[in-house]
Design a protein around this ligand. Structure first.
Ligand SMILES: NC(=O)c1ccc[n+]([C@@H]2O[C@H](COP(=O)([O-])OP(=O)(O)OC[C@H]3O[C@@H](n4cnc5c(N)ncnc54)[C@H](OP(=O)(O)O)[C@@H]3O)[C@@H](O)[C@H]2O)c1
Length: 276
């Protein structure tokens, strides 16, 4: 994929992995729309993204919205499309993590985590898909986590929200593929961002001992892996050897099963059983 003059919408593009990916895409010639809640963070990120552009005619648009609110997400995506045009690429990076012991965490933490991490991504995806389907092109990248491949001690609100994204990506993949749309799901390892700093404040000691067994990545290195994965149209993007191994082996049959399901879908479509 050549990113020149492409329109990329990134939720959570004002910080961490989302911002690093926005900068890298800007350096490759893309127009960027970033969505987040905090205006000051959006403005600061805009300056950094603009500085990374390869050409001064590239647009960088900031939109303040809470992704947990469906109407706000729909309006934000519409604003981005009105300002720059139809999206070629959507990256849903907005997310939160609040680790702790299950019994000590109030139910609101579970609800908020699912609302932002899962529904926030779903709302953005739902808003761009009709336009992508109409153009019969587009790529959607959902940012999950290593905790979306394997449940990790202390992450009882977070892991299910990231597993949910994996379920969404796996079940939607074959459906949108026939409309020329690609889905990718990213499983980043621990990455040095404000979110990780925030997580460390409430992380149980057991969780720290588990997560300390892997190295912490920089947001820029994760962004490079994401771009590489998009270029290759990879379904699962697994930065580093450990994530790659986990991605392959958490369910060794998945790729074969996907292939088998795709044959059934293609056969059904050939028989004219659906709107295609
Ligand atoms: N860092 C890691 O170790 C790690 C590992 C695996 C996966 N991930 C995942 O990668 C993604 C990015 O994380 P990060 O570490 O880059 O985090 P980050 O630096 O804290 O950035 C999070 C971004 O999401 C936005 N955001 C959060 N809640 C939002 C809401 N309700 N509505 C709109 N925007 C919202 C934030 O802006 P505002 O606060 O201004 O809204 C910010 O732009 C997340 O989905 C995270 O779960 C991170």
């Amino acid at each position: 994929m050549d990113f020149k003059q492409q329109h990329v919408i990134i939720t959570g593009g004002s910080s961490g992995i989302g911002k690093a990916t926005a900068q890298l895409l800007a350096s490759k010639g893309a127009h960027i729309s970033i969505i987040g809640r905090t205006q000051a963070k959006l403005e600061a990120a805009k300056t950094e993204i603009e500085a990374a552009r390869s050409h001064l005619n590239q647009r960088v648009v900031t939109i303040s919205a809470n992704v947990a609110d469906r109407v706000q997400v729909e309006q934000a995506i519409n604003t981005a499309m009105n300002q720059i045009g139809p999206p070629d690429l959507l990256i849903t990076s907005a997310g939160i993590a609040h680790p702790g012991y299950f019994q000590e965490l109030p139910i609101e933490v579970f609800e908020r985590t699912m609302a932002i991490n899962y529904f926030g991504s779903l709302y953005a995806l739902k808003s761009v898909l009709p336009v992508m389907e109409q153009r019969r092109q587009g790529h959607v990248v959902l940012i999950s986590s290593g905790s979306g491949l394997i449940g990790i001690y202390g992450y009882t609100p977070y892991s299910p929200s990231k597993f949910a994204l994996r379920g969404l990506a796996e079940s939607l993949r074959g459906e949108v593929k026939l409309s020329g749309i690609h889905i990718s799901i990213v499983y980043p390892p621990d990455t040095d961002t404000p979110q990780l700093e925030e997580e460390n404040k409430t992380k149980p000691i057991e969780t720290k001992m588990i997560t300390n067994t892997a190295k912490t990545w920089s947001a820029e290195d994760v962004a490079r892996e994401i771009i590489w994965g998009i270029r290759r149209k990879s379904f699962a993007i697994t930065p580093g050897a450990k994530m790659m191994l986990l991605g392959w082996l958490h369910s060794p049959l998945a790729s074969g099963i996907n292939w088998y399901f795709d044959q059934i879908v293609a056969k059904t479509r050939c028989q004219g059983a659906t709107r295609w």
